[in-house]
Design a protein around this ligand. Structure first.
Ligand code: SAM
Ligand code: ZN
Length: 191
């Protein structure tokens, strides 16, 4: 890893957590910064490798690509695994043909930390340990306090107003639905 380089960023200690990716030059909106790589494993194998319940604070390099496949950036991964989460991100994760790419959402200036919204799935029943396990340290004014996906808003009415059009755009973070034990979380890309 010592010799690994990326044309857009370098690793530095981050005020958010551990190490982070900091831009070394101006990155224009839409730039594909890096592919999120690593060993592609099944969900079951990911669960065997990492047990959130035994962690004091959640820390993994997993990225869920679809219902059954997870990229483990901790094995055979690249520098993308050091990109931290923010509730006010300047980058996003995009899935294309089962590959994940990190792209700039806006112009990122040299020295800025590159950040995307992990949107960890809230699978299963909420658990009181989640606040501690998934606490967010991004420091953004709109920080939601957690690296988990925002909670679903309660529907005001079951009936849509007459004439209302159905949205064709999927909201960020909606991947294939998964029924998982409460504590297992992986990052999920915007589709
Ligand atoms: C893919 S790693 C990111 C790189 C990490 N900073 C490192 O040095 O290994 C993901 C882990 O970083 C931590 N992390 C990333 N963004 C965070 C945030 N906004 N608040 C708290 N922890 C964060 C969490 O522990 C998460 O599981
Ligand atoms: Zn936050």
């Amino acid at each position: 890893m010592a010799t690994e380089r990326n044309p857009w960023f370098e690793l530095r200690r981050s005020a958010i957590q551990g190490r982070g990716a900091f831009a070394t030059r101006r990155i224009r909106r839409g730039t594909r910064i890096i592919e999120y790589t690593g060993e592609i494993i099944t969900d079951e194998e990911a669960d065997r490798r990492y047990d959130d319940e035994k962690m004091d604070r959640h820390h993994t390099y997993l990225f869920a690509v679809d219902v059954n496949h997870v990229i483990d950036g901790g094995r055979r991964g690249n520098l993308s695994r050091f990109i931290n989460h923010s509730c006010d991100p300047n980058a996003e994760a995009v899935i294309e043909d089962n590959r994940v790419f990190i792209e700039a959402l806006r112009t990122i200036e040299p020295g800025e930390e590159i950040l995307y919204d992990y949107q960890y799935e809230r699978d299963g029943e909420p658990h009181e340990s989640w606040d501690r396990l998934y606490a967010c340290e991004c420091g953004a004014p709109n920080c939601r306090g957690t690296i988990l996906k925002p909670e679903k808003k309660k529907r005001r009415s079951a009936k849509a107003p007459r004439g209302a059009k159905k949205s064709t755009r999927r909201p960020p973070g909606t991947g294939p639905s998964r029924s998982k034990p409460a504590t297992r979380k992986r990052q999920r890309a915007v589709r």
